[in-house]
Design a protein around this ligand. Structure first.
Ligand code: FEO
Length: 392
């Protein structure tokens, strides 16, 4: 893998990770990923923006052979897939100093064991003159750690955004060639990484609107040479208004809960509501996360096991609670054998979200016509709720 020239004196020195299939031992990566790092050379100073995952040390080391001098290393974000090799870079370039936000300093010392005198913190809005090129540092916390910032190259109008606007997609293309192809990995990335911080991104969005940007160079996935594509997508994803859709996460052991799911799906679809059912026995959690981005209602459908939720359902509910989607309503349906506390368990688990809870439909045994009628009523309730919320 070779160094790639982005524009004059600006280079990609990152690494593709074609075969990686899991991030944080949790997130599926069906398309692999990349760790993008960049060299920006001015007349006087050369900077490295971010590094790559420690597993790709050999690749970064080989790229850096083309750059005998690095004066400064910019750490936009301290997660190890971008910062893990910073100690190596600082050792290789003993004169270089590390630039990061004040909030990053403690993380650098505790996670990377970098000596304090190698670190220089930068203020929000501070400019760094490289000689004919100026980098402006923009503090942009919680995308997706507290210390994150963006680096904006003023003359060339390039925004180095680290994780923000990233996508887990390994590609030999430096720039986005096919916007339709990148949309799903970008949305998946937003759903899994950025969605819990949607409100903070919303609050800081005017900062981005105030920048003239010609290239968005994130730390994962290809670079956007038509920034409006990803900016418009994010505007939609971070907006408060969900779409007229219902996401249903479900598991069934002997078919009773499955029959309830089928009936509710049929009744909702018949009312013109988009339904996204996920059988958790086979579902891809990344697809589930993506569907959470715009769903207005979440239905949890679970049989009862040892008086509580099925463990696969509990895992999905944990995820929903952690990702804090914009959904307005949540409901619970399911069948149980003799006793259930599953709904109470569900309510207790949803402590980070403010969904309006709909009346649960929990039945004993296999559903009878009168039980299915309750689900028909639930579908009608959901329709009315969506209508009142202006989604229909
Ligand atoms: Fe790509 Fe938050 O690290």
């Amino acid at each position: 893998m070779a160094v790639k020239k982005l524009i004059d004196e600006i280079f990609w020195v990152g690494a593709e990770d074609w075969d990686r299939r899991l991030f944080d031992s949790l997130i599926p990566l069906p398309d692999g990923t990349s760790y993008n790092a960049y060299i920006v050379r001015g007349r006087d100073l050369t900077v490295l923006i971010d590094a790559v995952d420690p597993t790709k040390k050999d690749i970064l080391a080989s790229h850096l052979n083309d750059f005998p001098k690095i004066d400064l290393v910019i750490a936009n974000h301290l997660e190890q897939d971008h910062s893990g090799l910073i100690p190596y870079v600082l050792e290789r370039y003993p004169q270089a100093r590390l630039l990061a936000t004040p909030a990053a300093k403690d993380l650098i010392i505790t996670h990377l064991h970098v000596a304090e005198d190698r670190i220089r913190t930068v203020a929000d809005g501070e400019r760094l003159d490289l000689g004919g090129r100026t980098i402006r540092f923009i503090h942009f916390p919680w995308v997706h750690w507290p210390e994150t910032m963006l680096s904006y190259l003023e003359e060339d109008k390039i925004l180095f955004s680290c994780d923000l606007f990233g996508s887990h997609l390994a590609s030999s293309d430096l720039l986005v060639k096919d916007e339709e192809r990148i949309y799903e990995p970008a949305k998946r990335y937003f759903a899994e990484i950025m969605m819990p911080f949607r409100k903070i991104i919303q609050k800081n969005w005017p900062v981005l609107e105030g920048l003239k940007v010609e290239l968005i160079a994130p730390s994962h996935g290809p670079i956007y040479d038509r920034p409006a594509f990803i900016l418009d997508a994010y505007k939609k994803w971070i907006a408060d208004q969900p779409e007229n859709s219902v996401l249903m996460v479900w598991v069934s052991m002997h078919g009773s809960t499955a029959r309830m799911v089928d009936h509710l799906t049929w009744e909702l679809a018949g009312r013109g509501i988009k339904v996204m059912p996920f059988n958790l026995a086979v579902a891809d959690l990344g697809h589930l996360a993506m569907s959470l981005v715009e769903a207005a209602t979440i239905i949890v459908a679970s049989p009862t096991i040892l008086t509580g939720l099925h463990p696969l359902v509990a895992e999905a509910v944990f995820l929903v609670n952690a990702l804090r989607p914009k959904a307005l309503f949540a409901g619970f349906i399911g069948s149980y054998g003799w006793k259930s506390r599953a709904f109470d368990q569900l309510k207790a688990m949803l402590d980070s979200v403010r969904f309006e809870l709909l009346n649960p439909v929990q039945i004993k045994g296999d559903p009878r016509p009168e039980d299915l009628a309750l689900l028909t009523r639930l579908a009608a309730d959901i329709y009315q709720k969506h209508q009142a919320a202006g989604l229909i």
